[in-house]
Write a protein that binds this ligand. Sequence first.
Ligand code: PMP
Length: 411
Amino acid sequence: MNTKTRLPDFSRYRIDFPLLQETNRGKPVIYLDSAASAQKPRQVIDAMADFYVRDYANIHRGIYELSERATRMYEETRETVRRYIHAAHKEEIVFVRGTTEGINLVAQSFGRSQWQQGDEVILSTMEHHSNIVPWYLLKEQIGVVLKVIPVTDSGAVDLEEYKKLFSPRTKMVAITHASNVLGTINPVKEITAFAHSMNVPVLVDGAQAAPHMPVDVQEIDCDFYVFSGHKIYGPTGIGVLYGKKALLDAMPPYQGGGDMIETVAFSKVTFAKTPQKFEAGTPDIAGVIGLGAAIRYMQAIGMENIYAHEQSLLHYAEPKLLAVPGLRLIGTATPKVGVISFVMDSIHPHDIGTVLDHEGVAVRAGHHCAMPLMERFNVPATVRASFGIYTNENDVDALFEAILLAKRLFA
Ligand code: PMP
C-alpha cells in the first residue's frame, strides 16, 4: 500500500465527531474502542436526520414522489457500497443488519440448502464468534465438520497447515480479513486463490478491515465479503453482504416477507431477483442512508490515508507500551490494523480496564468474542486499544499514563 504521499492533517477530522467534544468522567474523551464500534461524524448524523426530516417514506412500494425519492437514495447507496468495495455489479450488494447477519445468511442459505452431514468448513483460530457460531449451528443442524487453521505465536494464520486441511468434503473457507484481537491482516487473496484451486468458495469477514484500509473484492476474488456499518463510522443495525452474483442468484431466500417476492399465492410464491430476494421486510432505510454518508466521509479522506494514519499511530504506540515492564503484546504479526491487545504480569485485564476507565480512557477488556483465540494464547482476556480516524498521539499518551497508574496501584 502506498503510504509515501503526504498525509492530510488528521486533527481537522477529529472535530467532525461531536461525542469527542464531550467529557467522560470530567475529562476529555479518550476513545480507544473503535474496533467495538466507531464514533459517528456529524456528516453521518446529519444525513440521517435530514433524511427523516425531508425525504422519509417507505421504499420500493409507494407510487408517490416521496417514496420514489427514498427508494432512489436507498438504491444509490447500493452503488456507493459497490464502488467502496469495488464489486462488479450493484446487485451483488445485499443490505443486512451487520456482519453477524451476513454470515448467518450465507451459512443458512448457501450452506444449509446444499451441504450434507460430514461436509467441512475451514475456519481459523482467530475468528470472531460471529464467524464461528453460524457454522457451528450447521454442525448441530446437519452435521457439518469444522476444521480450524492454527495461529502462530506472533498471531498469523499458518498457511502451510491451512493447505493441509482441505479434503474432498471441504465446502467453504470462512476467514477474517483482519483480527479484532490481534490486528493481523490476513493474506485473504492468497487464501482465496488456494481455496479456489481446490474448487472451494471463500467468505471473508471484513468487519475489522473495511474501517481501516481499501478493500477490493474483485482483487481478493472472494465469493462473499461481509462488514458492519457501525464500525465504519455509520449507524448500528446496518451492514453489507457482498456475494458473487451467480452464487446469490442460485441461493434460496434467507427470510420470507414483503419486498422479497414477485408473486404470492397460498399455493405458490415466486421470489424477487437478487438482491431484493434477501431483503425481506422494511429495511433500515435511514441506516442505509447513514451508511452511504459514512462511506462518502471515509472516501473524502481517502482509505489509503486512513490506513497510513493508523499505521503511524501503531508505530508510535507499540514501542511506547512495550517499554512498560511486564507488558506483553498479543499479536505482533505484520501487517496489522490499528488494534493493540496486551496483557500485564500479575494484573488482570479487567482491573487494568477499570483503572483506565477511571482515568477516562475507554478501552475494551475481555475475550473480545474470540474465546478460542484466548485459549490459544493461554490468557483469560486481553486489554484492547483500537484506533480510528480521530485517534491521535494524545490518546496513546493518555493510555500510556493510565497503564503506568494501574501498574503503580497493583504493584
Ligand atoms: N467479525 C469481527 C472480526 C468483528 O470484530 C465483529 C465485531 N466485533 C464481528 C464480526 C461482528 O460484527 P457485528 O456485531 O457488527 O455483526
